[in-house]
Design a protein around this ligand. Structure first.
Ligand code: PMP
Length: 296
């Protein structure tokens, strides 16, 4: 996929520059050791025609928290970055977009602290996911990183080696995506999304602690509160998940995506009759600021 063309603009350390002309340092600690933090954000064309970045404050606050968790200097202001991101979208003529800020380190081949960080924000076109496709998910042979070895609540680049291994393994085995367990063999999350399952009219999702606390996960919990759908945050095993009525992943990029099967066990409830489907529609209405189905 081409993420940029000759005229694409990125935001680089406070300036708007052409992606094709921007340079980076091959001696960066980020490139060699995965020592960087990033965000995955989306903007949508809303019902009124305006462009809106969904949960912009939450994402830029998490970027800051991720940088602080990794001892990276971080002096950017959330509101200024949101403003810069809107300008970036406009300069690139984007409405439905994926926005990727990354905070990275200067040249440093040691493990020592840096006294500055760099920030790049890129954006490219990404349309609304319509949710027709259901995915086949398998239990990964890879576990999520142990929270005693990493700051797992941070969205750190290095963690994504684990995600890449898990996702590539699932695809090599003919599945669409992987589900990873934590170091105690409880279900944790997907390579880039949080998981919920439905059983007897209730939703269950792993608690924070061994997962990335997803902004979409929090939005799903908010939607459930508004729609009077009970949600339990608790640990569970892959065996319990196989007994579920239905399941879905949620994340900024994936939005809400239903599962057809897990380790080839097909879920009994038709996706269109699940709580996940209701939430998928409510989520879509929320990001596009259309009238809420939940209020009808
Ligand atoms: N877990 C992991 C490992 C992720 O990479 C993501 C995507 N950022 C999520 C969960 C979902 O997070 P969010 O809803 O904030 O995009």
């Amino acid at each position: 996929m081409a993420y940029y063309h000759d005229n694409t603009i990125i935001f680089l350390n406070g300036a708007f520059v052409k992606a094709a002309e921007a340079t980076t340092d091959y001696y960066s600690q980020s490139l060699h050791y995965g020592y960087a933090v990033f965000e995955g954000i989306r903007s949508y064309q809303t019902a009124s025609g305006e462009t809106k970045i969904f949960k912009a404050t939450e994402h830029y606050d998490r970027l800051k928290n991720s940088a602080v968790a990794l001892n990276m200097p971080y002096n950017w202001d959330t509101n200024e970055l949101i403003e810069a991101t809107y300008a970036l979208l406009e300069k690139n003529n984007l409405q439905n977009a994926y926005i990727r800020p990354v905070v990275y380190a200067p040249a440093n081949m040691s493990f020592n602290l840096n006294n500055e960080s760099y920030l790049m924000i890129a954006a490219w076109e990404m349309g609304l996911f319509l949710g027709e496709k259901l995915i086949r998910v398998m239990t990964s042979s890879f576990q999520r990183p142990n929270p005693k070895g990493f700051r797992i609540e941070a969205k750190a680049s290095g963690h994504y080696v684990n995600s890449i291994l898990a996702s590539q393994e699932a695809k090599a085995k003919g599945f669409d995506e992987a589900l990873l367990t934590d170091m105690n063999d409880f279900v944790a999350e997907g390579p880039g999304a949080n998981v919920f399952f439905e059983k007897n009219g209730k939703l269950v999702t792993p608690p924070t602690g061994n997962i990335l606390p997803g902004i979409t996960r929090a939005t799903v919990i908010e939607i459930c509160a508004e729609m009077n759908i009970p949600v339990e945050e608790r640990l569970f095993t892959t065996d319990e998940l196989k007994q579920a009525d239905a399941a879905f992943f949620c994340g900024t990029a994936a939005e809400v995506i239903g599962w057809q099967s897990f380790d080839d066990v097909v879920f009994p409830t038709n996706w269109n009759d699940t709580l996940g489907r209701k939430i998928q529609l409510a989520y879509r209405e929320r990001v596009t600021e259309a009238a809420l189905v939940s209020e009808k």
